[in-house]
Every structure is written in structure tokens, then in C-alpha cells.
Design a binder for this molecule. Structure first.
Ligand code: 5GP
Length: 209
């Protein structure tokens, strides 16, 4: 059992502006966003192991798989054509163009999982989070913050999966995303991985056990 943190974590009030078509979810929907290289994937994996009843929404993307990524597990890798046809068919609960590639959340998976009262974790960008909150206003939003832009850049370089140009684009996007962090219910600083894990687990434990 993880010890709750001594820091003051409590259930916050809603922040993103909500509109019509609100869907009240019987389970909890956790939305995690972070700039590229902030360590979100590692954190999500640890959290998913810790909460066996928490499911993960595997996004669809047109970007190329990175080394070590598995189709259907990390992402569903699809062509641009299939993605665009999915837009026309209304297959995405939300979608966005991020760093020149398309990313989307399956409306079918989301609806089914939520209607079954299951808890779901989705990892999407800031634009996607805002869209999701319009339909699912009782979602819990969590922003993973890197210690600094320099730290992000060196993590991306170390990862070795992106070109210099891609890294520069991701850095520019990261600065914009970080300006939006105040819109999230919770922010987790990922300076020290074990501390960030503990904090994230404490936040999720506020809602599920
Ligand atoms: P990466 O290519 O580094 O895996 O992800 C790039 C960005 O796309 C990240 O900010 C990630 O959260 C976001 N992303 C991943 N899946 C989705 C999705 O289904 N929808 C949206 N809007 N963003 C996504």
C-alpha cells in the first residue's frame, strides 16, 4: 500500500470551461498530458501496474512507431488515409494534429469502457484534454511537468528517436503546452521519478483504490 504524501493533495474544482453534451461517467476518467520527453509514458506504465482496475486508452496515430513500441499496445499505428476516413465516420472522441502527425481517441472504446463503469486513463495533448472535458466534465486532469525546457531537450536527445528538427518542434510545442498547465486539476513535477510516481498514485487514490 502506498503511503499518502504529506503534501497537500485534495480533489480540486473543475477548471476547463464546460459546455453542453455533458456525460456523467460512472467510472473515473483520468486525462494525463505532458510535453514530449516529460516522462509521461514511464509514469503511466507504473501507474497502470499499480491500479489493475485502471484501463488504458490506446490512441490511434499516423506517426511512425519508435523503436520498442508495439502496435495495439503503445499506439494503434494507422495511415493518414485511414485516420482521415475515421474523422469522416466520427470514429474519434477527440483528435488533434500534434507535431505534424494525427492522434485520436477511439469513441467506440471510450463509450464502451465508460458505460461499463470502468476507470480509464488517457494520455492526450492539451488540445485533446480541452475537447474531452467538454463531453466528460467530471474527468480528472493531470499535467506532468518537466523540471525545465533544458531537461526536456536533453531527455529527447538521450532518447535518440527524434531528429534535431523534430526535437526543436517538440520544444516549441512544449513551451506552449506548459503555459496551459494551470488549466489542469493537478500538476505533477517529474524531477525525481520515484517522487512523481508517489504523487501521481496519491492523486489517483483520491478517486479510486
Ligand atoms: P508522442 O508522439 O510523443 O507519443 O505523443 C505526442 C503527443 O501526442 C503527446 O502530447 C501525447 O499526449 C499526444 N497524444 C497521444 N495520443 C493522443 C490522442 O489520442 N489524442 C490527442 N489529442 N493527443 C494524443
Amino acid at each position: 500500500m502506498t503511503k499518502p504524501l504529506t503534501m497537500n493533495i485534495s480533489k480540486p474544482v473543475k477548471i476547463f470551461e464546460n459546455t453542453k453534451k455533458k456525460i456523467i461517467t460512472p467510472g473515473h476518467l483520468f486525462i494525463i498530458s505532458a510535453p514530449s520527453g516529460a516522462g509521461k509514458t514511464t509514469l503511466c506504465k507504473i501507474v497502470l501496474d499499480r491500479f489493475p482496475d485502471l484501463l488504458y486508452s490506446v490512441s490511434f496515430t499516423t506517426r511512425q512507431p519508435r523503436q520498442g513500441e508495439t502496435n495495439g499496445k503503445d499506439y494503434n499505428f494507422i495511415t493518414k488515409e485511414d485516420f482521415c476516413s475515421g474523422i469522416k465516420k466520427g470514429m474519434w472522441a477527440e483528435w488533434a494534429e500534434v507535431h505534424g502527425n494525427y492522434y485520436g481517441t477511439s469513441a467506440f472504446f471510450l463509450k464502451n469502457t465508460i458505460s461499463e463503469g470502468k476507470n480509464l486513463l488517457i494520455d492526450i495533448d492539451v488540445q485533446g484534454a480541452a475537447i474531452m472535458l467538454r463531453s466528460y466534465p467530471d474527468s480528472v486532469t493531470i499535467f506532468i511537468q518537466p523540471p525545465s525546457i533544458d531537461a526536456l531537450r536533453s531527455r529527447l536527445k538521450k532518447r535518440g528517436t527524434d531528429s534535431e528538427e523534430t526535437i526543436n518542434n517538440r520544444m516549441a510545442a512544449a513551451e506552449k503546452e506548459m503555459e496551459k498547465k494551470h488549466l489542469y486539476h493537478h500538476t505533477v513535477m517529474n524531477d525525481d521519478l520515484s517522487k512523481a510516481v508517489e504523487e501521481l498514485i496519491s492523486i489517483i487514490s483520491l478517486y479510486i483504490s
